[in-house]
Design a protein around this ligand. Structure first.
Ligand SMILES: *Cc1c(COP(=O)(O)O)cnc(C)c1O
Length: 364
């Protein structure tokens, strides 16, 4: 090993870079297929595409990119604050909501600390904790639902953060208001609670976590433009927290971490309620169809409130490969220690039907 590599942080040894869903272009190249013939239901993206109003705003913003963006994100933070009923000082923008996780690490994590998360929680929490030399305490989640009482009990004096993905990816399950309130009653003052609400807008009965921000608790709520708004490629999301925590996170970000086109697209997308409603309706229809099909096929699945379903297919990697060859990209779950499962995102009804037809063929 060259001496420069030995200088890397020792805790990076155990870290494996995040493995994203397979891109359509790459799949098309490998299979010699037309990209148009491939469907990707692997990354919980919006099958309707971005809000047309966001696209319009982004085109306009493109004309002005000789100028640096508004580093403070004044307009977008104001629009978000108005939407959720908080102040601009409560809002921190990130290059995707994933960046908020990193900013929290920069601001608040030291080597030797630990973070608490559910065993099958979104994997990025652990990646980020590892990046800062912190341990992750993984708490069992019976039936793939976060066990908040067990998570509260897992807190130690060295615990700095608890991550609650609500709903969680890849399980599609959520915890409700009662469980959250009982949990918040148990959390000691030295612990920050992070509610990752990337799929919040798909929920029909969303729990209220904003109240904890208003009450001044040590809470960060993360939301994103990547899912219901259909702007995943733009990389923009946000954290909602107390002004005190927000001011620490603001110090930890790059001066221009969210770009001008993203800010413009996000504002327009935020205001396009109709596109969000259409997405939500399509998702309800698709969830019902997919889960009905799994039931009919005799496949075990985890009932989902998000825009994807975790389903048990036997050999997840093999099913992934066989479906890929048919031009249908899904997500294998070995990385989540669920080698028998795959995660399938809700697409358009046409995509859902093709996905199920291909799955039936592959499993027979
Ligand atoms: C998709 C997703 C996000 C969104 O990440 P971005 O960086 O905003 O694209 C965050 N958390 C979870 C659990 C997700 O599944």
């Amino acid at each position: 090993m060259s001496s420069i590599i030995k200088q890397a942080h020792p805790w990076l040894d155990g870290l494996v870079a995040y493995d994203p869903g397979k891109p359509i272009e790459e799949t098309a190249r490998e299979l010699g297929l037309d990209p148009e013939a491939i469907i990707k239901v692997a990354s919980n993206e919006n099958p309707l595409g971005p809000s047309p109003k966001a696209v319009e705003a982004m085109k306009e913003a493109a004309e002005g990119v000789n100028i640096y963006p508004d580093g403070g994100g004044y307009k977008l933070r104001t629009a978000i604050a108005e939407k959720v009923g908080l102040q601009r000082e409560n809002v921190v923008l990130g290059n995707g909501s994933n960046e908020i996780i990193e900013l929290i690490g920069h601001g608040f994590l030291n080597p030797g600390d630990n973070v608490v998360a559910a065993e099958h929680a979104f994997v990025v929490y652990k990646l980020m904790a590892t990046l800062f030399g912190a341990e992750t305490i993984e708490v069992p989640d019976p039936d793939f639902v976060h066990d908040l009482d067990a998570m509260a009990a897992a807190i130690t004096p060295k615990t700095k953060k608890v991550f609650i993905a609500n709903p969680n990816n890849p399980t599609g399950t959520m915890v409700g208001q009662d469980g959250i309130e009982r949990f918040m009653d148990q959390v000691p003052d030295h612990v920050m609670v992070i509610f990752d609400e990337a799929y919040y807008e798909f929920l029909h009965e969303p729990p209220d976590t904003l109240r904890y921000v208003s009450e001044g608790r040590n809470v960060v709520i993360m939301r994103t433009f990547s899912k219901i708004q259909g702007l995943a490629g733009l990389r923009i999301g946000y954290g909602l927290t107390t002004p005190e925590i927000a001011s620490v996170l603001q110090k930890c970000r790059q001066p221009f971490n969210t770009n001008a086109i993203a800010q413009a697209g996000a504002i327009a997308g935020l205001l396009d309620i109709e596109h969000q409603q259409r997405t939500c309706d399509l998702n309800d229809e698709g969830l019902e169809y997919l889960q009905g099909a799994f039931k009919e096929m005799g496949l075990e699945y985890v009932p989902s409130v998000a825009n994807f379903v975790l389903v048990k297919v036997g050999d997840g990697d093999a099913v992934f490969d066989l479906m890929l060859k048919q031009g249908v990209i899904i997500r294998a779950m070995r990385g989540y220690k669920l080698p028998e499962w795959v995660r399938i995102s809700v697409g358009t009804m046409e995509q859902n039907e093709r996905c199920i037809a291909t799955l039936k063929q592959v499993l027979s």
